[in-house]
Design a binder for this molecule. Sequence first.
Ligand code: EPZ
Length: 433
Amino acid sequence: MEAIRIQGGVPLYGEITIGGAKNAALPLMVAGILSDEPLILTNMPELADIDTMVNLLRQHGVQIDQSVGKVSNNLSDAGATGRTMTLAGGNITNVTAPYDLVRRMRASILVLGPLLARKGEAKVSLPGGCAIGTRPVDLHLKALESLGARIALKEGYIQASAPHGLKGANIVFPKVSVGATENLLMAAALADGVTVLENAAREPEITNIAECLNAMGAQITGLGTGTLRIKGVKSLNGARVAVIPDRIETGTYAIAAAITRGRIVLKGTRYDLLESVLDAMRQIGVIIEATDDGFTVSAENGLLGIDVMTEPFPGFPTDMQAQWMALMATATGAAMITETIFENRFMHVPELTRFGVDVNVHGASAIIRGVEKLSGAPVMATDLRASSSLVLAGLAAVGETFVNRVYHLDRGYERLEEKLGACGARIERLSGA
Ligand code: EPZ
């Protein structure tokens, strides 16, 4: 199995170009089910999860072409460098999302709404729990039932049908869910009548998908707010849409600059995607300066611990919680982190203590007391963001770190070693370790 070796304790200086957002690209790809005409996605990241989604959609019958390299002369995505992907859903032959693909990537549940809307039926494996919590899909199912879907759980599968088509409805989500909001947006776009989603997620990825659907001819208003109004249309056309920059990749490299007390210019990204994290970084003493297409992050010694709590957007993202914990371990004083989104997202804690991090967990909160220095250690990744927190701690730690189970990182960070290596990190991938 592959591992990453880091010789830490080196301040990082350089530039990193941020890729397209994984969590926007995945639902945007699923929107390819909704139209016979080509949906062209630019600024696509190169990640294992994207490959899994390609496999899932292809087995449903979606036609997918990919090309690599600099994309388009279109001003809206100028400077984008990722892959371009073209998807067309004119020949959906199979409405089953099998266990083997869904268990590998929970975002597979997003095909449920679009398949129901287009084909009137869908059979999607129940995703099951994962390393960060039980992660049920009840909100997706209840909301689709409100649109008229009939749903049964049988032999580990969600079996859904809409023999008379989907009908618009008023839905109030009891809890904010990114995935349920996305599933419903796509289903309601082709439903008969008006759907109103209240307490909808407001993440920038939701706006990206709503803008994509509108470019395809959908009629969605309230973008960026907690109330989305969708007037269903009979069919959707093709469109060309740029994936927004990855705010979690951005935040992870911003912390790489801060935790090593270096200076990194982050290009191809946006401050507004990550205000809560960048504001917290400023509060602890990190310097952030805007540039034309991103910002620069630099830090001297003397960062101060503060308390943060994860919340739905625009609050502090749960996907930055583990990385923030690594940073707090190098700050002066005590810092509390409260996790409110997932019930079991402190799996990185025992691994971080191997670097000498002083952390205690009490229920949904962790108290971190900054230490003079971290020391390199062999560690084991448990999920995607936990893995990146271990890489960050390894970059700051004196001595050698081995991060095992690198496949977690490959799901969400493209060319991680290359990007960090370009800033002076001594980091390499070892195969078969
Ligand atoms: C998305 O997951 C992201 N994944 C996650 O990123 C992210 O951590 C999460 O949103 C929260 O921001 C993708 O976009 C592909 P939710 P999602 O539905 O949609 C509960 C990463 O590292 N819930 O907003 O699955 C749920 O258990 C990943 O890139 C229900 O109770 O998250 C959680 O406690 C990890 N019932 C909370 O809501 C449901 O039916 C928020 O989950 C659905 C969710």
